[in-house]
Design a protein around this ligand. Structure first.
Ligand code: FAD
Ligand code: SIN
Length: 535
């Protein structure tokens, strides 16, 4: 295959999930857009979303209520302005999705604008728009079609962004002019030059051994931004979803919180419900509380899993409301309508990320970040269910609105960047060096930096990760690039960022629980944890 080694585009969008595609579709109105996706274009966290997108939609609901619920879940660390802005922009972002063709489940016999609203933990009202239990797949279908219908958008699948093209102004300020990206099958590195770049690379679940996330979620955007000098914040707040199917072949298949929203009960293996002992809202307590409760019961009783039971609801309702989950469970031998199913927690969502303002700007000029890769201040110490699709949709739109204004008076020309130079790098022949480091990172993150942490575990984790990072660093520069090597380098960086943020927080708050500081400490710790490469 003969590929151009250089591509010029007005906009470069790294990531083709909900945040990247919304931005791209809008940007195509005013310029050429290149979208990079690391694997096939529909392989993104967005495609796996089940529960839905939270937004104030019913007349019984209010912005104030959604704002208060989000702030409560965030355990004192949300940025109120971010929460207010994103919640209030929600309905417009949802209307955009509908205009791009997303079909959310409607109320039977209801009017044009009447959608079935789901309920999830921490929400005081029904406000989750969904497409049965395949919301993400429907959103990706609609956005994918809208993007393909726009000739200004070029989607490059199987292109892995490696690093940003960063230049310095005369005054020393950093500016981003695109990125180097590896085309996976030819293993050639292309230079993509753009006036505006959006990082929309999603989460980093793959840094943990067990995760609900697909393979693409290795935190590349965070690692790339960190290397470029952008501030990264609140990485200690990694959210564990309480309920994934416990089955060796199920790869942490998610059992949506919407089941608990519709009455599913968590039980011990003898049938005893236990959530009331942990929180007055029981199964609908915030996600951190539910995940910790399950973890604590499993450790107390030496269990491999707990049970989730919705079999008291009408079987026809269960099959209609959760067709995908019902079928997938049946495939593993569990009938949701007939009895409880085994569940365990798994790593799910990265609340931290690249710090941005409410226009999705990073401190690096021409570089934006949106979606799960970014940290806007919406989630604080714990994300409320279904607030991430909301944030990604709103911030994708806001990033474009700001970029359009910036470009209106942008006359700068891109400086010259060299072609990618592999130097004396050689073909990697020892895959085991990559796979071993990969396993070590994921396992030690799971064991030492999981739902419950402690100083000694974190110190051990840091020592080991730093040693692995040194090894990976020399291996990386000695060998020709491939996507596994790029991912491994990024995973190691993200793991270290999570550990360093966790070590800096000497209290327990939201998703960060440490046995050495079990209480929340507002007097000393009510602030974001921010890391930069230059300290
Ligand atoms: P993603 O959708 O993850 O897209 C990331 C994109 O970046 C992909 O195209 C990927 O290929 C690309 N990429 C990554 N690295 C690179 C690289 N180096 N080079 C090039 N491209 C790259 N949230 C909710 O609000 N409601 C839900 O019901 C819900 N359910 C969920 C269920 C599951 C199983 C999972 C995993 C998540 C769920 N979430 C839910 C979270 C939500 O889906 C994600 O936070 C959101 O979809 C992230 O969107 P995004 O656009 O930021 O990134
Ligand atoms: C779910 O459906 O439980 C996932 C919702 C979310 O992560 O927001």
């Amino acid at each position: 295959m003969n590929l151009d080694s250089r591509i010029d585009s007005d906009f470069l969008v790294i990531g083709g999930g909900i945040a990247g595609l919304i931005f791209a579709i809008k940007a195509a109105e005013i310029g050429s857009v290149t979208v990079l996706t690391k694997a096939a274009s529909d392989e993104a966290n967005t495609s796996y979303a089940q529960g839905g997108i939270a937004s104030v939609w019913s007349v019984d609901d209010s912005f104030e209520s959604h704002i208060e619920d989000t702030l409560r879940a965030g355990a004192g660390l949300c940025d109120r302005t971010a929460v207010e802005t994103i919640v209030r922009d929600g309905p417009d972002a949802v209307r955009d999705l509908i205009a791009f063709g997303a079909n959310f489940t409607r109320i039977e016999g209801g009017g044009e604008d009447e959608y079935d609203l789901g309920r999830e933990g921490g929400h005081s009202h029904r406000r989750v728009l969904h497409a049965q239990d395949l919301t993400g797949r429907e959103i990706m279908r609609a956005l994918g079609e809208a993007a393909r219908a726009r000739p200004n958008i070029r989607v490059l699948e199987n292109h892995v962004a490696v690093d940003l093209l960063i230049a310095r102004t005369a005054g020393g300020a950093a500016q981003c002019w695109g990125a180097y990206a590896l085309e996976k099958s030819s293993r050639s590195v292309r230079k993509i030059v753009a006036r505006t770049t959006l990082l929309a690379t999603g989460g980093a679940g793959k840094v943990y051994l067990y995760t609900t996330n697909p393979e693409i979620a290795s935190g590349d955007g965070v690692a790339i931004a960190y290397r470029a000098g952008a501030p990264i914040a609140n990485m200690e707040f990694y959210q564990f979803h309480p309920t994934c199917l416990y089955h060796p072949a199920a790869k942490s298949f998610l059992i949506s919180e919407a089941l608990r929203g519709e009455g599913a009960i968590l039980r011990l293996l003898d049938g005893t419900p236990f959530m009331k002992r942990y929180h007055p809202d029981a199964e609908l307590a915030p996600r951190d509380v539910v995940a910790r409760a399950i973890d604590s019961e499993m450790k107390r009783l030496g269990l491999d899993c707990v049970h989730l039971d919705i079999s008291h609801r009408d079987p026809a309702y269960i099959r209609a409301r959760f067709p995908n989950i019902y079928q997938r469970c049946l495939g593993y031998g569990f009938d949701l309508t007939a009895g409880p199913i085994p569940v365990v927690p798994a790593a799910h969502y990265m609340c931290g990320g690249v710090m941005t303002d409410l226009n999705a700007r990073t401190p690096i000029a021409r570089l934006y970040a949106a979606g799960e890769a970014a940290m806007t201040g919406l989630h604080g110490a714990n994300r409320l269910a279904s607030n991430s699709l909301l944030e990604a949709a709103v911030m994708g739109r806001r990033a474009f609105a700001d970029a359009r204004l910036q470009l209106a008076h942008d006359e700068g020309a891109p400086p010259a960047f060299p072609e990618w130079n592999p130097g004396a790098a050689i073909q990697s022949e020892q895959r085991v060096l990559i796979t071993q480091s990969w396993d070590e990172i994921r396992r030690l993150m799971w064991n030492y930096v999981g739902i419950v942490r402690g100083d000694r575990r974190l110190e051990r984790a840091l020592r080991r990760i730093q040693m692995l990072r040194e090894e990976i660093h020399s291996y990386y520069w000695d060998h020709l690039l491939d996507s596994d090597l790029i991912e491994l380098r990024n995973l190691a960086t993200v793991a270290e960022l999570v550990v360093r943020c966790a070590m800096a927080r000497k209290e327990s708050r939201g998703l960060h629980y440490t046995i050495d500081y079990p209480e929340r400490d507002d007097a000393r710790c009510l602030r974001n944890t921010i890391l930069r490469r230059d300290g």
